[in-house]
Design a protein around this ligand. Structure first.
Ligand code: MRU
Length: 343
């Protein structure tokens, strides 16, 4: 299986190299982000996307802020504080972004107070966040693969694969590891309106890995469950509250409702960096609202009358009671969920 590197340092070590996901599946284009504004824009426009990947991009972006300060001949700490705010505000729902830039900022504060080498300390921390994510993906896959029977038909939503992380993904890690173990797995990928992360990204990624995949119209998931044997659903997460409520790509909640109705296990796979014990429950999660154009003129093609209003939340919250298990790098958690802070 060839692994996609959705994000890494550029060869010269002074840029964040990303696979531009806006161009998939038509073109495999890599971009080098060399300024804080580049990083912010790439996150906001979903050139880099998926909770773990935007956290990694944000952490690396903090190093780019130091390079920019050096180029401009200014004190790096004020620039870092500004970069921290700019990047942190690029998208609100995935906790990984705030978690990663806060972590890098904490290192910066300590190192600056000790008059240490800021750039190398921050570079080490950002690279550590990337490496840790890669390792967490593998462990999630190992825990979750045990829940996938041989010959399974699986529904997933959005893209929680290698494209969304520093490693082999979260929900898709389960499938990759199951396949490595010799199991046969067929995937139905919800197309995931309106930006089509399922059909553009998950189908592309799984096809590339040689795993059978069928693109599913989002609204056909319930009828597919009635017509065919679906063994399980598995999705990623952007933020998991202390009580196990899960924010993930909009459309996850109706998929979980349909799974409950049909008695199909519904799993969520996510790294511990996506757990947010400080948020008690799902209603406290800030859901990103995106622009009208994505709905009424997707990819530049009008599909609704000009200027009609559109409701476009990027995420929804699936209540814990619909979730059979939450699989993290730490293991498999079953309800009732009580996530607590470990720091
Ligand atoms: O808007 P996106 O494409 O960033 O949304 C991504 C998702 O909802 C993913 O399921 C989630 O971030 C988990 S990625 C491992």
């Amino acid at each position: 299986m060839s692994v996609i590197e959705a994000i890494r340092w550029s060869d010269d070590g002074h840029a964040v190299r990303i696979l531009d996901q806006r161009r998939l599946p038509g073109a495999e284009v890599y971009r080098e982000l060399r300024s804080v504004d580049d990083v912010r824009d790439a996150i906001a426009t979903l050139a880099v996307r998926g909770a773990p990947a935007i956290g990694i991009a944000g952490a690396m972006g903090m190093v780019i802020a130091i390079d920019e300060a050096k180029r401009d001949g200014v004190d790096p700490m004020p620039r870092l504080r500004a970069a921290h705010e700019i990047i942190r505000g690029a998208r609100p729902t995935a906790v990984n972004l705030a978690w990663a830039v806060d972590r890098v900022m904490a290192v910066a504060t300590t190192v600056a107070a000790a008059n240490g080498d800021l750039r190398s300390a921050l570079c080490v921390e950002a690279t550590r966040i990337l490496d840790e994510d890669r390792a967490m993906c593998r462990r999630i896959g190992e825990h979750a693969a045990a829940l996938i029977p041989d010959g399974a038909n699986v529904i997933t939503h959005c893209n929680a694969g290698a494209l969304a992380t520093g490693g082999i993904g979260t929900a898709l890690a389960a499938i990759y590891v199951a396949v490595e173990q010799g199991k046969r797995v067929s995937v139905f990928a919800d197309e995931t309106r309106p930006l089509l992360q399922g059909s553009r990204l998950t189908a592309w990624e799984l096809q590339r890995a040689g795993i059978p995949v069928t693109v599913l119209i989002d609204s056909a998931a319930a009828s597919l469950m009635r017509e065919r044997t679906i063994d399980l659903c598995i999705v990623g997460a952007d933020r998991i509250a202390a009580n196990g409520d899960v924010a993930n790509k909009v459309g996850t909640f109706p998929l979980a409702l349909a799974a409950k109705h049909h008695g199909i296990p519904f799993y969520v796979a996510a790294p511990t960096s996506t757990l947010d014990p400080s948020t008690k429950s799902g209603e406290r999660i800030h859901i990103e609202q995106r622009g009208t154009a994505e709905v009424i003129a997707p990819f530049g093609t009008p599909t609704a009358p000009d200027d009609v209003a559109a409701y476009n939340p990027a995420f929804d919250v699936t209540p814990a009671e619909l979730i059979t298990a939450i699989i993290t790098d730490g293991g498999v958690y079953r309800p009732p969920y009580h996530f607590v802070s470990t720091t």
